[in-house]
Design a protein around this ligand. Structure first.
Ligand SMILES: [Zn+2]
Length: 163
C-alpha cells in the first residue's frame, strides 16, 4: 500500500484521498471490505459519470446504471409531457468513512453511492426526492441489478412525479 502511494501511475488519484496520512487511515477500512489496494481500485474502477448534465466520478457499474436511469427518466418524462427534473449537484466517489461510523467505509469511498443535491435546496426537494427514489432507491450498490428493477423504480418515479 505504501508502494502504491509512491507509484507515479496512481498519482492522479492522490487528491481524492486528500493526503498520504488520510490514505493510510482509510486503508484498513478498505481492507475490511476486501479492497487491499485502494489506489489501484480507484484507477481500475472509477470513471467519469455524466448524469442530467452534471459530471462526477463513480464506479463503472454505477456509471452503467446511472446511464440507464437517465435514459429511462428522459424517455418517461417525454412520454408524459413532463420536464426532465433538474439537479444542482451529483456526487459519487469520495474516499471517506461513513458519517455515522468512523470505523466503516462509506459506499462513496467505493464510488457506489451517489448523492443528489445534498445541500437540499428547498426549491428542488420534491424533484430530488423523486429522483433519489428512482435512482438510488433501487439500491445501486448491488451489481446484480437488472433492467427490470431499474424499470420498476422508474415506474414508481413516474407515479410520484405525476402526483
Ligand atoms: Zn451519500
Amino acid at each position: 500500500m505504501a508502494r502504491d502511494w509512491n507509484d507515479k501511475a496512481f498519482e492522479k488519484w492522490h487528491s481524492h484521498f486528500r493526503d498520504e496520512s488520510n490514505y493510510f487511515k482509510l486503508c484498513p477500512l478498505y481492507k475490511a471490505v476486501g479492497v487491499l489496494r485502494p489506489l489501484k481500485y480507484a484507477a481500475e474502477n472509477i470513471e467519469e459519470i455524466t448524469f442530467l448534465g452534471h459530471k462526477t466520478l463513480g464506479h463503472k457499474d454505477l456509471k452503467a446504471k446511472m446511464e440507464k436511469a437517465e435514459a429511462l427518466l428522459k424517455e418517461r418524462c417525454a412520454a408524459n409531457g413532463k420536464p426532465v427534473p433538474t439537479l444542482k449537484s451529483v456526487w459519487a466517489f469520495t474516499p471517506r468513512a461513513m458519517a455515522s461510523n468512523k470505523n466503516k467505509l462509506s459506499n462513496h469511498a467505493l464510488g457506489k453511492a451517489v448523492d443528489f443535491d445534498p445541500e437540499q435546496n428547498p426549491m428542488l426537494v420534491k424533484d430530488s426526492l423523486n429522483l433519489a427514489e428512482a435512482v438510488s432507491g433501487t439500491d445501486l450498490y448491488r451489481s446484480d441489478q437488472g433492467y427490470d428493477e431499474i424499470k420498476a423504480a422508474n415506474d414508481s418515479f413516474k407515479a410520484n412525479y405525476n402526483s
